[in-house]
Design a protein around this ligand. Structure first.
Ligand SMILES: Cc1cc2nc3c(=O)[nH]c(=O)nc-3n(C[C@H](O)[C@H](O)[C@H](O)COP(=O)(O)OP(=O)(O)OC[C@H]3O[C@@H](n4cnc5c(N)ncnc54)[C@H](O)[C@@H]3O)c2cc1C
Length: 437
């Protein structure tokens, strides 16, 4: 039975900006018809998108979390079919003991499979195998006219390509069938390498791409911009001992911290300590997959550290050609601005083409910055947007609450073609903003 919740507070996005009023309807069963409402509908997973792509101001969200059943899991082939509200966390609990791992995972396991498809999420292995959509075999979409559409690369291929990375606008994804990857145990062999600057990052990336499945770098934007820690890892292939099972997160941020908590000074101090956390230039370890893939999940509600005004994430992708210069310019601007990004992540994306018309991933270099939201940050981000646009790059809608409409259309030239597949009853705060005249 569909329930309508008047409360809106728990349905903010992860960045807690913008804050909007919306009606929330839950969808727990696949045979429920879509609700008949005034205004538009938008599916909603776990709200781990940072900006307004998971918000529908003045309209209705359909919360899919109750659709959390595994429909089929073939332990011989690793093919899974599950409802779209299943989370990666739930899937991992089931699949890891059976020797299977999600083909692609973002930096948190608290996302739904529907959300992973709708943003065509990427992980530390993009250079090796592409994004989540590359592993989707088939999915079922429910449209507001009551039709059910099974889509795959062969069946309704245009609707399939529009739905992967389709920002929840083509209908409700009820279930997804996708291919998992085999693992021997739950451990990751990881090397952490201290790097002095961007030249080392680019050298380490190209040197590591062939032999390491997972690559990512953490960058300091305050102390000595570009220095950081480069991490490269592979699933451990020894048949035997798995690392001890990591516990559930224990700590939570109980209230909004004051702005001073994440000042340039505190972030600079943290960065310096983090950079020097290991004595040697290269540290090798075999670790459980949870701290390797999901270090932030250890602190529940960490988004509250950024204070009551919320946080802005900004993630760009610039092509390889001219990309290193653009990344240097962006870090230079960020350094000069006096604004400090707490978590700055840099990685390369590979050449496996994304299946989605609106997918973010492309070959190039991606950089993610995050800031407590304030006016001076907006001024900085406007300058950074311009550098990205001039470099022929793009910004990631899942992380966005502010990109100008003109840039969106430049970054995603297939947006008009995509519009033809949007369900006429579906919309989002993000879509109205970036397509406004
Ligand atoms: C700490 C952290 C780390 C992250 N790291 C990465 C990363 O490394 N790579 C990356 O790509 N992203 C990353 N993200 C972003 C996150 O992976 C995406 O925003 C993801 O889509 C969130 O999934 P969700 O279930 O929370 O969906 P929501 O945020 O609730 O929704 C996301 C989109 O999916 C649509 N949607 C949800 N369910 C359905 C459905 N059943 N049918 C149709 N559409 C649906 C919504 O309408 C919306 O457009 C990160 C986020 C956090 C908080």
């Amino acid at each position: 039975m569909t329930r309508i919740d008047a409360g809106t507070s728990q349905f903010q996005s992860w960045g807690r900006y913008p804050r909007v009023e919306q009606t929330v309807v839950t969808r727990d069963w696949r045979d429920e018809p879509l609700p008949i409402v005034e205004g538009s509908l938008l599916p909603r997973g776990l709200g781990r998108s940072y900006g307004d792509s998971c918000l529908n101001e003045g309209n209705t969200l359909i919360a899919t979390r109750g659709m959390n059943r595994l429909i089929g899991f073939d332990a011989a082939t690793g093919i899974v079919r599950c409802e779209s509200g299943v989370t990666l966390d739930e899937l991992l609990e089931h699949s890891v003991p059976r020797g299977w791992f999600p083909p692609v995972t973002p930096g948190t396991r608290f996302v739904t499979i529907g959300g992973a498809v709708a943003n065509d999420v990427h992980g530390k292995n993009h250079h090796a195998c592409g994004s989540f959509g590359n592993f989707v075999r088939e999915l079922e979409l429910v449209r507001s006219n009551g039709s059910r559409r099974i889509c795959s690369a062969e069946r309704e291929p245009e609707l399939f390509a529009a739905t992967i990375g389709g920002l929840g606008l083509t209908g409700i994804i009820d279930w997804v069938e996708f291919q998992m990857k085999p693992i021997r145990n739950r451990s990751i062999d990881v090397e952490t390498i201290r790097m002095g600057g961007l030249d080392e990052f680019f050298a380490l990336s190209s040197e590591s791409e062939r032999d390491f499945e997972y690559l990512v770098a953490w960058i300091d934007t305050v102390g000595s911009p570009g220095r950081g820690l480069f991490m490269r890892g592979n699933h451990n292939h020894t048949g035997g001992t798995a690392a001890a099972k990591a516990g559930k997160p224990l700590l939570a941020v109980p209230f909004d911290l004051p702005e001073i908590a994440l000042s340039r000074f505190t972030i600079g101090t943290f960065n310096t300590l983090f950079y020097h956390k290991q004595w040697s230039r290269v540290a090798r370890a075999t670790v459980d997959y949870i701290p390797f893939f999901y270090p932030l999940d250890a602190l529940l509600d960490w988004n509250r550290m950024y204070g009551a005004s919320g946080l802005l994430q900004w993630q760009c992708l610039v092509p390889f050609e001219g990309g290193p210069e653009a990344i240097r310019e962006i870090l230079g601007e960020a350094g000069k601005s006096g604004q400090a990004s707490f978590l700055t992540v840099l990685k390369t994306m590979g050449h496996v083409p994304s299946l989605g018309m609106m997918s973010f991933p492309k070959p190039g270099i991606t950089l993610a910055l995050d800031f407590a939201r304030r006016d001076a940050v907006e001024n900085l981000l406007q300058r950074l947007d311009k550098i990205v646009a001039e470099a022929g790059g793009r910004l990631y809608p899942a992380k966005d609450a502010r990109m100008p409409a003109a840039y969106f259309r430049q970054f995603y030239p297939r947006w008009e073609e995509f519009s033809r597949y949007i369900d006429p009853k579906f919309s989002s705060s993000f879509w109205r903003r970036v397509t406004a005249k």
